[in-house]
Design a protein around this ligand. Sequence first.
Ligand code: E4P
Length: 242
Amino acid sequence: MAFRFVHYEVNADATKPKHLTGDITMKFFVDTADIDQIKELLAYGMVDGVTTNPSIIAKSGLDILEVTKEICSIVDGPVSAEVVALDHETMLAEGLKLAKIADNIAVKVPLTWAGLQTCKVLSDQGIMVNVTLCFSANQALLAAKAGATFISPFIGRLDDINLDGLELIDDIRTIYDNYGFETQILAASIRNANHMSECAKIGADVCTAPPNVIKAMANHVLTDNGLAGFMADIKKAGIKIL
Ligand code: E4P
């Protein structure tokens, strides 16, 4: 893990990054447009927000505006909805339309110069922006400078090409902490439960993962074996509580 230099100016505690002072909790976003799956995880308190992208919307077969509105009606936290244009003017018009759906919309823009320009304009208007498709620390630095609420580095897609997705999360954490950037690191393209705890160790502000990955976090063979042993003893001894 890289050495982190954090600027402490007057009061060390007051200038510490929030994730190091315990002021905020690590947030779980669910990477899906499946309403039933979101509702299921909401019941366990595992949904602090939702992310979607054009592929997720296409897979749902639903209208982007309608499904996004429905998600916003059941989730209090940020709901990311992605623009589909490539040029700034159209992206901005799309972003403003998406932002009108609900107060908790985070407009998702790609990490291109047009996306960064759109990020700057929307964030200046107080609209949450999630800059997506981030694959380098330099890109994350640009997004923070443009006022992004969230930066989405894609772990799994880097791992897919034999690069280290978690190392990128660590690098961005170091850079943001060095200067007190408030852009939240939203670890994305999470493919397994291990990614979740590794991101938590690094200090990612948010992890967005498909429902099956969040559910897999509870799995452990020793829990299964231990419970089987307890159940056998409960049956043998006839233990009852109710
Ligand atoms: C979320 O914001 C991303 O779009 C998503 O995590 C991408 O995941 P994938 O690389 O598994 O498609």
